[in-house]
Design a protein around this ligand. Structure first.
Ligand SMILES: [Zn+2]
Ligand SMILES: [Zn+2]
Ligand SMILES: [Zn+2]
Length: 104
């Protein structure tokens, strides 16, 4: 997919690490302003450590739905379980990883 770094394996931002039916979001990383499907993709490709988004930055649009292209703010994304635009469910397991991306 255009603009997504890392190792996406399809047009809906699934990657070699996370590729279940519901792994459809890409996340823009604070450290490099670049979209990756997951933190492992960032780890393998970026030449720096990742930074987490701070609470006062949760208004930033940084979560891309790989199905419809809608971009959510971090606050919006954290408060919902499906895409605001196409209503496709997000992977519930992602909640376990929020601290990797966000200061939650
Ligand atoms: Zn980075
Ligand atoms: Zn990945
Ligand atoms: Zn969507």
């Amino acid at each position: 997919m255009n603009g997504i770094h890392g190792s996406p394996i399809d047009e809906q931002t699934r990657c070699i690490h996370y590729h279940s039916e519901n792994d459809i979001v890409a996340i823009k990383f604070k450290c490099c302003n670049t979209y990756y499907p997951c933190y492992k993709c960032h780890q393998e490709e970026a030449d720096h450590d990742r930074e987490v988004w701070q609470k006062e930055e949760f208004h930033t649009s940084a979560i891309l739905c790989g199905l419809c292209g809608h971009i959510h703010t971090i606050r919006d994304y954290l408060s919902r379980s499906s895409c605001a635009n196409c209503h496709t469910a997000f992977n519930e397991g992602c909640a376990l990883h929020h601290h990797i991306y966000f200061d939650v």
